[in-house]
Design a protein around this ligand. Structure first.
Ligand SMILES: NC(=O)c1ccc[n+]([C@@H]2O[C@H](COP(=O)([O-])OP(=O)(O)OC[C@H]3O[C@@H](n4cnc5c(N)ncnc54)[C@H](O)[C@@H]3O)[C@@H](O)[C@H]2O)c1
Length: 280
C-alpha cells in the first residue's frame, strides 16, 4: 500500500514493545490508530502519547485469544472510523520451557494467543477489507517461526504456524486477485518487555521447574539478553512501515539470522539431519 495518510491501522499488543513501535511509525505516516491490548495502564499511556501529538487514536481492552473480543474490536473500529486499512496481529507471549514437562495449560495459552489470535484477526477483519476494496494484514511471527531451537516448544509451534498462515493467506489472496495483501514479521531479538509480560500473564502464575531451571529464572535470562542486545522496537516499526509501502512479504529485522534456516534446509535435503543437535 502506497499512501497510508488518513488511513486506519489496528494493532494488537499495540501498547508495548514492537506493537507500540509500529503504532508510532504508522502515526508518523499520518495514520489513525486503534490500540488493542490487555494491559490497561500501558494502553492508557500509549493513547496519552498519541493524543498529545495530535494523532487520532482509540483503544480497546482486547484479549486476542477470544474470538468474541476480536470481533468486538472489528465492530468498534468500524463504528469509530468506518474503515480499516492495516491490521497487525502482533500480540504475543512465550515462556522458555522444554517441550516436556511443559504444562498443557501453557501449550493452550501460548497457541491460543500467538496463533489463534492472528486467525481470529483474519476472520474478523479480512471480509471488511475485501468489501472496502483495500487493505493489508500483517502478523508478528519470529525467527522462531523459521527454525526451531530447543526449549521454546509451544512458542516455536505457534510461530511456525503464523508463518504458514500468512504465506498461505498471501498466496490465496493473490490467487483470487483480492485487493488485500499480507505480510509476516519475523523479528530477531528486540528490546521489549515480552518475558516480563509473559510470566505475569501466564495462567496460574505457577513456576514449576523445567529441566532444573524455573520458568521465572529462564525468562529473566531472556529479558536480560533482550535488554542488552535487542533492537529498539521503534526501529522495527519503521522496518514494517517500509515493507508495507514497498510490498514485501517477508519482514526480517535481522536478515543474517535467516542463514540458520537456510543451513537447516540444506542439511534436510543433503542427509536428512537436524542441525544444532547435541547429545549430553
Ligand atoms: N521481543 C522479541 O525479541 C521478539 C522476537 C520475535 C518475535 N516477537 C513477537 O513480537 C510480538 C510483540 O511482542 P513484544 O516483544 O513487543 O512484547 P511486549 O510484551 O512488549 O508487547 C506485547 C503486548 O501484547 C500484549 N498482550 C499479551 N497477551 C495478550 C493478549 N492475549 N491479548 C492482547 N494483548 C496481549 C501485552 O500486554 C503487551 O502490551 C509478539 O508476538 C512476540 O512473540 C518478539
Amino acid at each position: 500500500m502506497k499512501n497510508l495518510n488518513g488511513k486506519v491501522a489496528v494493532i494488537t499488543g499495540g501498547a508495548s514493545g514492537i506493537g507500540l513501535g509500529m503504532a508510532r511509525a504508522f502515526a508518523g505516516a499520518g495514520m489513525h490508530l486503534v490500540i488493542a491490548d490487555l494491559d490497561d495502564a500501558a494502553r492508557t499511556a500509549a493513547l496519552a502519547e498519541f493524543h498529545a501529538a495530535g494523532i487520532k487514536a482509540i483503544g480497546q481492552r482486547c484479549d486476542v485469544s477470544s474470538q468474541e473480543q476480536v470481533q468486538a474490536l472489528a465492530r468498534m473500529t468500524m463504528d469509530n472510523f468506518g474503515g480499516v486499512h492495516v491490521l497487525c496481529n502482533n500480540a504475543g507471549v512465550g515462556i522458555p520451557t522444554a517441550t516436556h514437562p511443559m504444562k498443557l495449560a501453557d501449550w493452550r495459552w501460548i497457541i491460543d494467543v500467538d496463533l489463534y489470535g492472528p486467525i481470529y484477526g483474519i476472520d474478523a477483519f479480512l471480509p471488511i477489507m475485501e468489501a472496502q476494496g483495500e487493505g493489508h494484514i500483517n502478523a508478528t511471527s519470529s525467527m522462531a517461526g523459521l527454525f526451531a531451537s530447543g526449549f521454546m516448544g509451544a512458542y516455536n509451534v505457534a510461530k511456525h504456524g503464523v508463518v504458514a498462515l500468512m504465506a498461505t493467506l498471501a498466496r490465496d489472496l493473490a490467487g483470487r486477485k483480492s485487493a488485500v495483501t499480507a505480510s509476516v514479521l519475523c523479528p530477531g531479538p528486540i528490546n521489549t518487555n515480552i518475558s516480563r509480560h509473559s510470566v505475569a500473564y501466564r495462567p496460574g502464575h505457577a513456576k514449576p521447574a523445567a529441566d532444573g531451571v524455573s520458568v521465572g529464572q529462564a525468562a529473566k535470562g531472556i529479558q536480560k539478553l533482550l535488554e542488552e542486545q535487542g533492537m529498539d522496537p521503534d526501529e522495527v516499526g519503521r522496518i514494517v512501515l517500509d515493507a508495507i509501502h514497498t510490498g514485501r512479504f517477508w519482514i526480517l529485522t535481522h536478515p543474517d539470522m535467516a542463514k540458520i534456516a537456510v543451513k537447516q534446509t540444506a542439511a534436510m535435503a543433503a542427509d536428512g539431519s537436524l542441525t544444532g543437535v547435541r547429545r549430553g
